[in-house]
Design a protein around this ligand. Structure first.
Ligand code: NI
Length: 256
């Protein structure tokens, strides 16, 4: 069985969500966690989790939508966490890729959402793009707020960064980029890190793994990422899948 700890089934690129769900069930994906990005996608995530048995969700505001974060939305996120299928705060984090952005607002919004996670005892799913230095500093300064666990979603950093994160107890989640031919450093990370910190995801509809790179990604493709991880780590896919199941259930105890 396979687990997609971070996907966006609510994305409008998925016009036929029933088909996406049927495909993931057929591929033996047992949990698909729909991460919300903004106000609307929190509602959509609740809807999907109530409609589809294997779909769970995270509640949070993405750094690119951080302008939406106000007191009302904070209350809404806290309210959503009471849902039995809300297993994380996410996706949250920092994204310094697309100009213009306000670093100050992103940092402030990220820390506020780390506080929510701590207050409701949930782990966080973290997005980090072109912001590794700030990310590491914020996590170091806010260690107590990630005591319920943190996942670096679609990790794309170096072996050194991965080791620093693991020292802080942060889990590393691998997505389709792991399978890309030019992802040499990432493959080294996948070989280097201890079993207990490995998770899998798709970030679908984005970042399709090989051999589907460039096409619309789906949660069912997490099977390919798990197989590739097993290959890199010299183990068989069932072993790899069991490790990932154990890790996922440890960090997201509400999954059942
Ligand atoms: Ni995402």
């Amino acid at each position: 069985m396979f687990i997609d700890t971070h996907c966006h089934i609510d994305d409008e690129k998925f016009s036929d969500k029933d088909a996406v769900y049927t495909n993931l069930v057929a591929k033996n994906v047992i949990y698909a966690i729909n991460m919300s990005c903004n106000n609307k996608s929190i509602d959509d995530s609740v809807y999907l989790a109530e409609k589809y048995e294997r779909v769970y969700f995270g509640a949070g505001i993405h750094p690119s939508d951080i302008e939406e974060l106000n007191d009302e939305i904070i209350d809404k996120i806290i309210g959503a966490t009471k849902h039995k299928k809300c297993v994380a705060i996410g996706e949250i984090g920092l994204d310094y890729h697309f100009e213009p952005f306000s670093r100050e607002k992103q940092v402030d919004g990220f820390i506020k959402q780390l506080e929510i996670a701590s207050s409701v005892s949930l782990p966080v799913s973290i997005h980090c793009r072109d912001a590794t230095g700030d990310m590491l500093n914020i996590l170091k300064d806010n260690k107590s707020k990630i005591k319920n666990g943190a996942i670096m979603h679609c990790f794309s950093g170096s072996v050194e960064t991965a080791r620093e994160l693991i020292k802080m107890g942060v889990y590393i989640s691998f997505g389709g980029t792991l399978t890309f031919k030019n992802a040499k450093n990432l493959k080294e990370v996948a070989k280097d890190i201890p079993n207990d910190f490995i998770l899998t995801e798709t970030d679908s509809p984005y970042l399709s793994p090989e051999p589907y790179r460039g096409r619309i990604n789906e949660p069912q493709n997490v099977s390919l990422i798990t197989e590739y991880l097993a290959f890199l780590r010299n183990t068989d896919v069932n072993n790899m899948a069991t490790t990932i199941l154990n890790n996922t259930c440890r960090i997201m105890p509400k999954l059942k």
